[in-house]
Design a protein around this ligand. Structure first.
Ligand SMILES: [Zn+2]
Length: 180
């Protein structure tokens, strides 16, 4: 919607109409797709990749507004706006919920976005890398050490704990084939 039109509406509009215009403009910046797909924010992003939209005198997270505009709920202070899809720019209300910070952290750990830091010793990390190079399957290592496959994968590739010793899995496909 052109600025001139918005200004003309502004001159005469009730707050309700202005709100409707703003919400319409908001949704025009969301690339909606299928019900289950991520709906990517097409406007500005902050440094963490979250959408930003100027609303009621300040920049606000687009995903938070997407949920508020859909449900009519406002986020209260102690809650986060959480993504079930791990896509910061996603504004699909079906992927969003207001939840506690701790629950958000638990959720990340459950889905293995973060390793269970501190659970493994340096010695265990070196052993895992050694066994992996010797041909152990990630699945078996995960079971052995009580962590997820994803954590093992990040350890053997040196993404997590890069400074701890032990052989790091390279991207050589020949190596991957050997241990797959
Ligand atoms: Zn999503």
């Amino acid at each position: 919607m052109g600025t001139a039109i918005v200004q003309r509406i502004h001159a005469h509009a009730t707050p309700e109409l202005m709100e409707a215009v703003t919400v319409t403009r908001f949704w025009s910046m969301v690339q909606s797709a299928g019900t289950d797909d991520c709906w990517t924010w097409a406007g500005d992003l902050d440094k963490n990749g979250y959408g930003v939209f100027f609303y009621q005198d300040r920049n606000r997270p687009a995903h938070e507004l997407a949920l508020s505009f859909t449900t009519g709920e406002k986020r209260i202070g102690r809650l986060d706006t959480c993504h079930s899809c791990d896509t910061p720019a996603c504004c699909n209300p079906a992927h969003l919920r207001f939840d506690t910070r701790q629950s958000n952290v638990d959720d990340m750990i459950n889905r293995d976005r973060q390793p269970r830091a501190g659970k493994l010793t340096d010695q265990e990390i070196i052993i895992i890398r050694g066994w992996r190079q010797a041909g152990a399957r990630q699945k078996d290592l995960a079971e052995q050490f009580g962590v997820t496959d994803g954590t093992i994968s990040m350890i053997v590739r040196g993404i997590r704990w890069p400074k701890v010793g032990g052989p790091i899995e390279s991207d050589r496909s020949q190596y991957r084939k050997k241990v797959a």
